[in-house]
Design a protein around this ligand. Structure first.
Ligand code: FAD
Length: 304
């Protein structure tokens, strides 16, 4: 068996979520990685435990149509094709599965054997063990469930690939990307999240950032906070946002709706700050503080 992992590079480094997908792929034998676009292939070739780094530099913007066509052409050589359950992976792999007429398996959290996998269902309230009889298994991996491989492996061979002809169905228009020095939300050790109780966008900066700075934390948000324009979409935690499992999750001014819990309830220690003692977030919190976040957060930043 040989697995292929579609990886993503950010600022010259392979994203931690992709390195977790490689760790998952190592259950299946040899692992090749595929890197799209102009990022340096050297970053990929040093990943621990990989056999080969395939590089498609002409596929600059990782458009799903072209990337899926490229992967479909490679699929015959692999038993498993994986990626992180990131926006890129979730954009490309289902399309690939459609082209190959196989059932994609999303958000895998554990691997039982080469065809049996565990994945969450019902917004994370149950775990399903699923078995696939497809000849090639197409899977996205929940990064918080697999320890990432290191970046100090032996130099693997790099092979440059030709890109299939553009079918003209989609074209790249522009990329809008927010820059942040904070850790990636999905892999941060500490996350502090804000909800509707923050009341406006400026409070995300003035109240959450000082605490996040002191703890080296990533900042998350509830969907209500995102929908209200308090925080950008990529900060949303939950069923339709990102799934996090940090060592410490601090939930402030968010009620703890089931769809939010789906994205953070596996955090090791959960701290909730909410003015309403009946807020559902207290049911999953290890430590709860009933009070006004406008008083508590500045005091917490000061104490830290
Ligand atoms: P609210 O529920 O309005 O809670 C605000 C909280 O702030 C209250 O508990 C209040 O007591 C507290 N508060 C107010 N003022 C203060 C103060 N001064 N000090 C301290 N506490 C204060 N939601 C997500 O978060 N992520 C998702 O991915 C997601 N996906 C969804 C998918 C679907 C299909 C659906 C239907 C919903 C989804 N939702 C998701 C929305 C979810 O149901 C909730 O509406 C949302 O999580 C509520 O956000 P909130 O807790 O910030 O707001």
């Amino acid at each position: 068996m040989t697995a292929l992992v579609l990886i993503e590079v950010e600022n010259g480094r392979v994203r931690q979520a992709s390195r977790s997908a490689i760790a998952a792929a190592s259950h299946f034998g040899d692992v090749d990685v595929l890197l799209l676009g102009e990022a340096p292939a050297e970053a990929a070739s040093r990943l621990s435990g990989i056999r080969r780094a395939l590089h498609a530099p002409s596929l600059k913007h990782a458009l799903a149509e072209q990337a899926a066509a490229l992967l479909a052409g490679l699929a015959g050589s692999y038993s498993h094709i994986l990626s992180a359950a990131s926006s890129t992976g979730k954009n490309i792999l289902p399309r690939l599965a459609g082209l190959l007429d196989v059932q994609p398996i999303s958000d895998v959290v554990a691997i039982k054997d080469e065809s049996t996998f565990v994945r969450p269902i019902y917004a994370g309230n149950a775990l399903a063990t699923v078995q696939s009889s497809d000849s090639v298994k197409i899977m996205t991996i929940r990064s918080s469930s697999f320890d990432p491989v290191s970046e100090d492996g032996n130099e693997a061979a790099i092979e440059t690939l030709e890109t299939p002809a553009d079918d003209g169905k989609s074209r790249f228009v522009k990329l809008e990307q927010s820059q942040s020095d904070r850790p990636e939300l999905e892999v941060a050790r500490v996350v502090i999240s804000g909800g509707k109780g923050l009341k406006d966008a400026s409070n995300f900066h003035t109240l959450l950032e000082p605490v996040a700075d002191r703890l080296g934390a990533a900042i998350g948000a509830s969907r209500a906070a995102v929908d209200s324009g308090f925080a950008p979409n990529e900060m949303q935690v939950g069923q339709t946002g990102k799934v996090v499992a940090p060592e410490l999750y601090i939930a402030t001014g968010l009620s703890g709706a089931i769809q939010h819990l789906a994205g953070m309830k596996d955090s090791r220690v959960i701290v909730a700050i909410n003015i309403d003692p009946e807020a559902p977030i207290f049911k999953v919190a290890d430590y709860g503080m009933v009070g006004d976040l406008f008083e508590i957060l500045p005091a917490l930043a000061k104490a830290l």
